[in-house]
Design a protein around this ligand. Structure first.
Ligand code: BYC
Length: 475
């Protein structure tokens, strides 16, 4: 069923009205979700009419409908991609067998853990971005923020659906707990590190949506391979929404660079302190933000050697990125993979069993993919004729998960002493003064078609709207 039923209280394409128990459980959860949205969702936005995209169908060509919506009235629901007939398990010990429509008892705990971890990131990101609406650089950007927020809310619904339909009482308890944890809370934090960091300003927001939402792309793609078919179908549809989030990040950073380069060229100034007097974000500060978001995000792939990852793969719960395009046996027993470890003050390669290195395999796929956008940002700088090289730091830089967690490594990949790190860290990671400067630029721009001084307008509007389109009616 590709078309979504919007006449039910909870929009869905899973025939919800035929499963009364599930419907009741979800209708019980719905007001708690709305209460969470009102408490932790976008600050002060309850009266705005926002030009949002709503899914109407999960068919590849027909799912978007644009119109002004009050966000608390957004129709969050349950949308699964269409089932693939005769789908077979594509990897692991059960390769070639029919996929599962129900959770096998022996995999229940691991599947629940994966779904909860995925689900936890969604409300976390909304909480992290909660206050950004009050400093949006334009209506266009504000609309994009809200679009991302409502979709992350829907991604929470996607995971809650799986928990409530397939995990009985435990699932219902986990669904409640997803509304109780809070990003950055000392007592009840979100599960993964990056989702407890702050997103204090719009440069951080664009970096987050470029880098951290891309972790979403890779993790969701790995889950889309799952033998548990409902998880595969729901993550496949989530991936279509994720693409827009990464676009907002990539184009956002790009527009910051365009504006900075414009001012650098017009004034001939290269010195960051002097440039700041013109109210734009200097490129070294942008690089330091990049270093932070990149390193925090690659931590999200977990430890470089992980028996969890091996179990998830062999039991068919979580595959690799683009599993079916890979030319191997999709079982991986006996294979090996090279990871890095620190030895005698240097980083050296070490061969480990492939199955245990699957977190690292996914991280390396991510690293390749995320570098491409950084290359496109570099081209903006080169085209402006400015002599500055952006780069992604070495994968051992500023890590807190895995074998690099307890060592200090420079962005170039040199193992450092604690003292060497301390002397240089302010050149590599955004300092308090960088953040205070960026915060000082964050004024709210509400006029239609106007943009803050530190960012260039987008080349084209959302849904090809004209430059002066009213994306948000503030009422
Ligand atoms: N922070 O054996 P390991 C998205 C824990 S983003 C804190 O490597 P595993 C989105 C780990 O839990 C995509 N703790 O673990 C983006 C384990 O704990 P226990 C989110 C961490 O399980 C933007 C221990 O360390 N989806 O959608 O192999 C906006 C040992 O580690 C972290 C998923 O992540 C960390 N960074 O790998 C909105 C997919 N990393 O058992 C949304 C589901 C590890 O010792 N999750 N630990 O208590 C998974 O597949 C896996 O849980 C992970 C971790 C890959 C995350």
């Amino acid at each position: 069923m590709a078309d979504i039923n919007y006449t039910d209280k909870i929009p869905n394409n899973v025939n919800l009205s035929e499963d009364r128990t599930l419907q009741r459980a979800l209708e019980h959860w719905q007001p708690n979700y709305l209460e969470w949205w009102n408490d932790m969702g976008p600050n002060g936005s309850g009266q705005h009419d926002v030009y949002l995209r709503t899914a109407t169908s999960t068919a590849p060509d027909g799912w978007a409908n644009f119109g002004h919506v009050k966000m608390p009235d957004y129709r969050w629901g349950i949308f699964l991609a269409q089932a693939q007939e005769q789908r077979k398990v594509g990897f692991g010990d059960e390769k070639g067998r029919d996929v599962w429509q129900e959770v096998p008892g022996e995999h229940r705990a691991n599947l629940r853990r994966i779904i909860v971890t995925q689900g936890d990131t969604e409300p976390a990101s909304v909480e992290q971005q909660r206050h950004l609406g009050t400093t949006a650089p334009s209506q266009y950007d504000l609309r994009n923020l809200f679009q991302i927020n409502v979709e992350e809310g829907r991604h929470l619904w996607a995971m809650v659906y799986l928990l409530q339909k397939h995990f009985g009482r435990d699932g219902r308890e986990e669904a409640e707990a997803l509304l109780e944890r809070r990003s950055g809370d000392a007592d009840n934090p979100r599960i993964l590190g990056a989702f407890n960091e702050e997103t204090p300003d719009w440069l951080a927001f664009y970096m987050f949506t470029y880098f951290t939402d891309r972790d979403g792309k890779f993790q969701l793609a790995a889950l889309a391979e799952s033998a548990f078919d409902p998880l595969s179908r729901t993550t496949r549809f989530m991936l279509t929404e994720e693409a827009h989030h990464m676009f907002v990040g990539e184009s956002g950073v790009s527009r910051v660079i365009v504006r900075t380069c414009e001012v650098m060229k017009a004034t001939g100034i290269e010195d960051p302190a002097e440039l700041r007097k013109h109210g734009v974000i200097d490129l070294p500060t942008l690089q330091r933000y990049l270093n932070f978001h990149y390193s925090v995000t690659i931590d999200l792939f977990g430890a470089d050697q992980s028996s969890n990852a091996a179990i998830f793969y062999s039991s068919g719960l979580k595959g690799r990125y683009e599993e079916s395009k890979r030319d191997d046996d999709h079982i991986l027993k006996g294979g090996s993979y090279k990871i890095l470890e620190a030895k005698d003050g240097a980083l050296v390669e070490k061969e480990v069993p492939m199955l245990n290195a699957l977190n690292e395999v996914l991280r390396d796929d991510y690293i390749r993919d995320s570098g491409a956008g950084v290359g496109r940002w570099q081209r903006v700088i080169d085209k402006a004729g400015i002599n500055f090289k952006l780069s992604v730091p070495h994968k051992a830089f500023n890590r807190h998960i895995g074998s690099f967690a307890n060592i200090r490594v420079s962005p170039a990949g040199q193992v450092l002493s604690e003292a060497e790190w301390a002397v240089n860290v302010d050149q590599w990671l955004a300092t308090e003064s960088d953040r205070a400067y960026v915060a000082s630029l964050m004024g709210r721009v509400v006029e239609t078609g106007k943009y803050a001084n530190w960012i260039a307008p987008p080349p084209i509007g959302i849904n090809k709207q004209a430059a002066d389109f009213e994306y948000v009616r503030f009422n």
